[in-house]
Design a protein around this ligand. Structure first.
Ligand SMILES: [Zn+2]
Length: 71
């Protein structure tokens, strides 16, 4: 599992793992990923997603829906 202790954007060590409903937008459409776990930096607002979080987002995102119709 990836361990993030410093924010890749501002270098703050206050970045921490959070778990909450995540809302994204794609072409004006809003979609939500419930109880998504990701890292958030309170200093600059940067969000960092692990591979698993990315998969959850992609699974919910209309932008990636097409890629899941194949195998
Ligand atoms: Zn930061």
């Amino acid at each position: 599992m990836m361990q993030i202790t410093l924010c890749p954007t501002c270098g703050s060590d206050t970045i921490r793992r959070v778990k909450r409903d995540w809302t994204g937008q794609w072409e004006g459409r809003t979609y939500t990923v419930p109880k998504l776990e990701f890292y958030e930096c309170p200093a600059c607002g940067e969000k960092v997603y692990e591979r698993e979080a990315m998969r959850s987002i992609e699974a919910r995102s209309p932008a990636f829906a097409k890629t899941h119709t194949g195998k």
